[in-house]
Write a protein that binds this ligand. Structure first.
Ligand code: A3P
Length: 311
C-alpha cells in the first residue's frame, strides 16, 4: 500500500490510487483479504453503487422484496437500511469478511467496490447476481457535498485516514477533486462504466439501474429488480398491492421520518439522518455554475466516449 500514489480526496480523506481507482486505506486493506477469504455463493445478490447514488434506497427495496409483508414488524421500522445489508469492504479488520459466512442463503450484500476489484468468485459467473445503480455525477457530487458536512469526522475514522486534512474544502475545491476522479472509489464515471460493460456482456449477471429512472418509476424498477434477483412478485402479491406498499415503505419521506433514521447511527457510527436528504434530480444547479456543469459533463462524456453509456 505504501508504494501506491496518494492524493487528497473529496470527502477530505487521503486516497491511494490502485488499478485506476482512488481508494481509502480501509478498502485497500480489505481487498487482499476479501479475495483470499470471501466465498461468494451462486445465490448471492450484491448491491453495488458509487457512494451517494442511491445505495440506501436500493438496499431498502432489495431487502423488502425478499419479505412477505411491510407491516409494523418489518425490520425497516427499527433499522437503517445500512444495518440490514452490510458492505463487503467495511467488514471488520479482524474477521476479514468472514462475518458474511454466517448469513444464510440467499445473502444480500453490498459494495462500493469497482467491478474489476470485486472478489473474483463474484465476477467469474459463479458468484450470484449484481444490481448496480448509477446517478448523474453532478447530483452525486452535490449529494456528497451535503453528506460530508454531516459526516466527515466519522468518515475519516472509518477510512483509517491518518493523513486526512481537517480543513473543510470549499465547494469549488471539492468540485476540482471530483473532476480529477479523487473521491472514494472514483472516478465515478469509470466505476459506472465497468458495471455498464459487465451488464451488456452478462445481462443475467449484472442489472444496471439508474437512480433517475427509479425516481420516475419506482414500482417498475422494483419489479425489474425482483425478477432479476429471482424473487418476482406473484399475481396474489400484485393483487394485494405489495409492490405499492414496499415502494411506500422505502420512500424517502417514510424512511426519513422513522425514529431510527432521525436519531440513530449506523453500526459504523455515521448519523442515519445523513443518508436522507432531498432525493431529487438537478439539485446540483444550486451550487454549480453552468460552466462548472459543462466542464464536468465534458470530462464524463470524453471518458465514456464510444461506450453507449450516458448520464
Ligand atoms: P440527495 O443528497 O441528492 O438527496 P446513498 O444512499 O448512495 O448514500 O445516496 C444518498 C442519496 O440518496 C441522497 O440524495 C438521499 O437523499 C437519497 N435517498 C436516500 N434514501 C432514498 C429513498 N428512500 N428514496 C430516494 N432517494 C433516497
Amino acid at each position: 500500500m505504501s508504494s501506491l500514489p496518494t492524493a487528497p480526496g473529496f470527502p477530505p480523506l487521503r486516497l491511494r490510487r490502485y488499478a485506476g481507482f482512488w481508494l481509502t486505506d480501509r478498502t485497500l486493506k480489505f481487498l487482499g483479504a476479501s479475495h483470499a477469504r470471501f466465498s461468494p455463493r451462486p445465490t448471492d445478490v450484491l448491491l453495488v453503487s458509487f457512494p451517494k447514488t442511491g445505495t440506501t434506497w436500493l438496499k431498502a427495496l432489495a431487502f423488502s422484496a425478499h419479505l412477505p409483508s411491510t407491516g409494523a414488524d418489518h425490520p425497516l421500522h427499527r433499522n437503517n437500511p445500512h444495518d440490514l445489508v452490510g458492505f463487503l469492504e467495511l467488514a471488520g479488520e479482524d474477521d476479514d469478511g468472514l462475518i458474511y459466512e454466517g448469513i444464510p442463503s440467499p445473502r444480500l450484500l453490498a459494495a462500493h467496490l469497482p467491478y474489476s476489484l470485486l472478489p473474483h468468485g463474484i465476477t467469474d459467473g459463479s458468484g450470484g447476481r449484481i444490481v448496480y445503480v448509477c446517478r448523474d455525477p453532478k447530483d452525486t457530487l452535490f449529494s456528497f457535498w451535503h453528506f460530508h458536512e454531516k459526516t466527515t469526522a466519522t468518515l475519516q475514522r472509518m477510512a483509517d485516514d491518518g493523513g486526512a486534512s481537517s480543513a473543510m474544502p470549499t465547494f469549488e475545491e471539492a468540485f476540482e477533486l471530483f473532476c480529477k476522479g479523487q473521491s472514494m472509489a472514483g472516478p465515478q464515471w469509470r466505476h459506472a462504466l465497468e458495471y455498464w460493460e459487465a451488464s451488456r456482456l452478462s445481462p443475467d449477471q449484472v442489472l444496471f439501474l439508474r437512480y433517475e429512472d427509479m425516481l420516475r418509476d419506482p414500482e417498475g424498477s422494483l419489479r425489474k429488480m425482483a425478477v432479476f434477483m429471482g424473487c418476482p412478485f406473484s399475481p396474489e402479491e400484485e393483487e394485494t398491492g405489495v409492490v405499492r406498499d414496499i415502494v411506500e415503505l422505502c420512500s424517502l419521506g417514510m424512511l426519513k421520518g422513522l425514529e431510527v433514521n432521525r436519531s440513530g447511527r449506523t453500526m459504523l457510527g455515521l448519523k442515519n439522518e445523513a443518508f436522507f436528504r432531498n432525493g431529487t434530480v438537478g439539485d446540483w444547479s444550486s451550487c454549480m455554475t453552468p460552466a462548472m456543469a459543462a466542464r464536468l459533463d465534458g470530462i464524463v462524456a470524453e471518458a465514456l466516449e464510444g461506450s453507449m453509456l450516458f448520464f
